[in-house]
Ligand binder design. Sequence first.
Ligand SMILES: [Zn+2]
Length: 270
Amino acid sequence: MADGDMGRWGRRAVLRRTALLAGGAVLGVAATAQSTWIADRRLALAGGPSSATLGNRHQQVGAGAVEVTWGVQTGERFVALTFDDGPRPHWTPMVLDTLARYAVPATFFLIGEQARQHAALVRDRLGGHEVGNHSWAHHDLARMNAHAAYDDLKRSHDAIAEATGVAPRLLRPPWGHLGGAVLHAAARLDYRLVLWTLQMVEREFPHDPTGHARRIVADVQPGTILLGHDVGTEQRLVALRGLPDMITGLRARGYTFVTVSQLLRRAAVV
Ligand SMILES: [Zn+2]
């Protein structure tokens, strides 16, 4: 939590603990570690964004369990390419064209509101691809209670299912923000939570799609879930324009592209 956020609590509620770490003698300087927490504001026992329970009534939580996945441990060279925040008219068609040209399956974590608005962009174009839920309007689910998070995700779920003809089974919360309430809502919807192990680093390669692709190709490991975006600032085009190089480079290293669900089925193959 940033200091600016601390100010909002309005009281001198922060306890600071400073510990002098050993090792100063070796380095010739004293190393200082500091941890900070809020002492006088309890998180809600039930009902707030952090709680994964709704209280003492019986809870409807679907199958009753939810898994969170960052990537998969496998001895085989599989990689799952994922695109968040679409669909939007600017670049989603270009990404779909590139994937079709190279016969690469990918997983699209869609924004429900945009899936409804731009259904024509993805209708009949997602064969071989997978869709996941990325919330209704990219609001921060980690700031919602379980009811609000559920309502947001269910609305998005229905819009994505209607736009694509496929009911998503995967959820990626915006920014990877994850509170207990998101887990609760995900369980109710029988979602599997999918984060990522590696993401595009467009900012490090301005106007250099080839350099960016080379970097990603070098960093992918077996079982990587790779995060990209088919929506965003112009800067993101570095990754999208370099997609052909990325695909051919990874294939040259022996990688096969799969959807996230196909990758998850490989989880036991180590
Ligand atoms: Zn996003």
